[in-house]
Design a protein around this ligand. Sequence first.
Ligand code: ASP
Ligand code: MG
Length: 405
Amino acid sequence: MARIVQKYGGTSVGDVERIKKVAERIKLTRDEGNEVVVVVSARAGVTNELIARAKAVCPQPSERELDQLLAIGEQETTALTAMALHGIGVDAISYTGAQAGIFTDMVHTKAKINTINPKPIEKDLKAGRVVIVAGFQGINDEGQVTTLGRGGSDLTGIALAAALKADKCEIYTDVDGVYTADPRIVKTARKLQEISYDEMLELASSGSKVMQSRSVEFAAKYNVVFEVRSSFNHNPGTIVKQEVASMERVVVRGVALDKDQSKVIVSNIVDKPGSAGKVFRALADANVNVDMIVQNVGRQGVANLTFTVPQTETHKAVKALEPVLKAIGGGEVAVDDAIAKLSVVGVGMRTHSGVAATLFQALAEAGINIELISTSEIKISVVVHQDRAEESARVAHAAFKLDQA
Ligand code: ASP
Ligand code: MG
């Protein structure tokens, strides 16, 4: 007998028919003699709808009330899943985050889990019951409902697997697992059998999001091995786990494309100590997420700074820079939205050289110009023109032979 935590995402429980399918899958796992704890998301779209309604009654809703409201999305699906199980003769009980003993800090709308009291769930498991827990929510020390940030049901699943010392943690979603690239863009993309936490996090921050990043960080910290798989078929998924030595044989694990970035060019600022500091201080104070940065030293004592920001933050960035440029004595800001960030990721980069050369050469041969470059220990990113973005992903995918097992 194994203890298994299964998390089902919003599309997997998107309507009553799908909830019945999920119940059948849970029954299968239970009938194999396992203890099963299930975490569910709200039906796909419900959380967005609730947020829209909140904003319709008040432009800046109180975060405490927002949590109170958003928590109902997951409560609906937990109760319905439990009922669907009853309907096929499986003993099951649904719990809110609070009832399941999930305690968080005091921060509304993006709370962190502090502790989980496993006792209530353990008791039900002993009694032979399947336990269905509402994802994305908990309770703080003052008894207030909190939520864990968008996509937070993943975190509930991983954290419960850790607290209950589960033998297996399965994250069910609408894709078959983690791929070497987005299969809609790169037709030869392959499903990965395994990937390390670090690679998964880098791919997520580079534009290919399968799971909430905080939950992957949590899994890494507590060494929770989990499998990302589809609830629509029975294919094996992708195992996400701590890096092992054999993983380094693969230089590049995957390719990611982020089309939601903009390039900001600050030109003709005085080239003296402190200018860059002031520019990036202002951006940090305005909570702008700056990614790739390049400085060109111009002539006649002026320099250009170029960097990328999420497209949604360009307006904020430009506004934050206006007073700074005045203060440091000049400079102009320009924005270029027609870009994309291409990244290649792999822990094998730690022990292999020539990865950048291979990537740059392949892009050059395809006639794709590189506008910016940045690297980390296990990632190389380049900015290319948006018109060539998808082609650049295919070129990189082929250059590292990712279509071959
Ligand atoms: N329902 C929440 C959201 O849409 C949590 C989740 O789905 O994981 O963000
Ligand atoms: Mg979700």
